[in-house]
Design a protein. Structure first.
Length: 379
């Protein structure tokens, strides 16, 4: 047995031990294991149904739930696995908060803690500074910006390798054939590559790809990975500017493949609803944009179909971006609400390279409203 196989086998044993301690309420023993291997926090061993956070909710241990949530790679969206025949099917596929709501029994405080944590993640997602290039002003020709490495490579793949109308499976396999020389048109090969590339970044969350038993589950997990705290890692990798003096971070290289596949799913997977209605994104700073300017976002831009949600992140003198998505283009946003921790916020995501034209700038409020229309692509 190789050293890597031995390491995986030991991880499996340690995860079983941690979950067993959690089941019986011995969280001192759980944290002893997690101090050495924090990436095991989300792992559900074979034949078991719950992650460690589910057990903490079951025992109604408020302080333990808080402590677990403070571990950086804790997945608050991790879902219970189906139990063996004869068990209560109503507790299959539940997040920790959903489990707490099902169990009730004086768990209101834990429910509020989990809701507050989810809300904080949501605020971090929407209040961060957005990254874009101004590609043209009114009357100028569009010039190709000097995009970050991954964004540029991804856009070139979309233009030259496969069309946006291809199914995700064909699209992703074509990408991987070019990158890794894979010949077998099998989604499981893609899943394995994603798992391996993300394992060094966040082993716990990467485990979800090991639990993709169908092609649909794989596509769902691709989107779900982005709805948690890891979205910042993804967008940082896609937007980071590189130069000869600064080598590419290894973490970015690990995330690059995931970024390519996420973009394919957003562009091609018909299970994601296309959003044609206006979307909104609030940012706390006042953006200096002129009417007629054309801008291109360099990462996976998130927005909300709910104006109130977008407005809530503007602050006193920030900017509310209002997007018109009526143009017929594969770059229209896709709704990921069903995978989000906060469904009432109606989240959607634009693929890399979405380009907009500023149609109006409204300064009649204390904050600025910038109206943008999504431009059709000529690729």
């Amino acid at each position: 047995m190789s050293s890597s196989e031995c390491e995986i086998e030991q991880d499996n044993e340690d995860s079983k031990e941690a979950c067993n301690h959690a089941k019986h309420g011995d969280f001192d023993a759980v944290f002893k294991i997690l101090r050495k291997k924090p990436y095991l926090i989300n792992f559900i061993p074979e034949g078991r149904g719950w992650a460690i956070l589910h057990h903490a909710v079951w025992h109604n241990f408020r302080s333990v739930v808080v402590r677990l949530l403070n571990i950086p790679n804790c997945d608050f969206l991790v879902k219970t696995h189906p139990f063996p025949e004869g068990h209560n099917k109503q507790i299959d596929s539940l997040t920790p908060r959903e489990l707490a709501e099902y169990l009730l029994g004086d768990r209101d405080e834990i429910i509020n803690i989990l809701k507050g944590f989810e809300r904080n993640v949501w605020e971090q997602r929407f209040s961060q500074k957005i990254k874009f290039f101004v590609t043209a002003q009114e009357g100028e020709e569009i010039v190709k910006p000097i995009l970050p490495l991954f964004a540029d490579a991804l856009m070139e793949y979309k233009v030259t390798l496969v069309g946006a109308t291809n199914c995700p499976k064909t699209h992703m396999m074509a990408l991987l054939q070019q990158i890794f020389g894979l010949e077998d048109h099998d989604w499981t090969k893609v899943c394995e590559q994603i798992h391996n590339s993300l394992y060094g970044v966040d082993r716990g969350t990467a485990k979800m790809f090991g639990n993709s038993y169908t092609e649909t589950q794989f596509f769902e997990n691709i989107v779900r990975f982005f709805t948690g705290p890891n979205y910042k890692l993804v967008n940082d990798a896609m937007s980071r500017s590189f130069n000869k003096e600064k080598p590419t971070p290894a973490e970015d290289l690990s995330i690059a493949l995931y970024g390519l596949v996420l973009d394919s799913v957003l562009m091609c997977w018909d299970a994601l609803d296309v959003v044609q209605s206006p979307t909104h994104r609030g940012v706390p700073e006042r953006l200096d944009l002129e009417e007629g300017a054309q801008i291109m976002f360099t990462d996976f831009l998130t927005a909300s179909m709910c104006r109130v949600t977008g407005k809530s992140f503007v602050g006193l003198d920030g900017t509310l971006l209002k997007f018109d998505n009526t143009a017929g283009t594969p770059y229209r946003p896709k709704s990921i609400t069903k995978f989000s921790s906060s469904t009432e916020d109606k989240e959607c995501v634009y693929p890399i390279g979405a380009e907009f034209k500023v149609t109006r700038v409204d300064d009649s409020h204390s904050y600025r409203i910038v109206h943008l229309e999504l431009l059709p692509k000529k690729d």
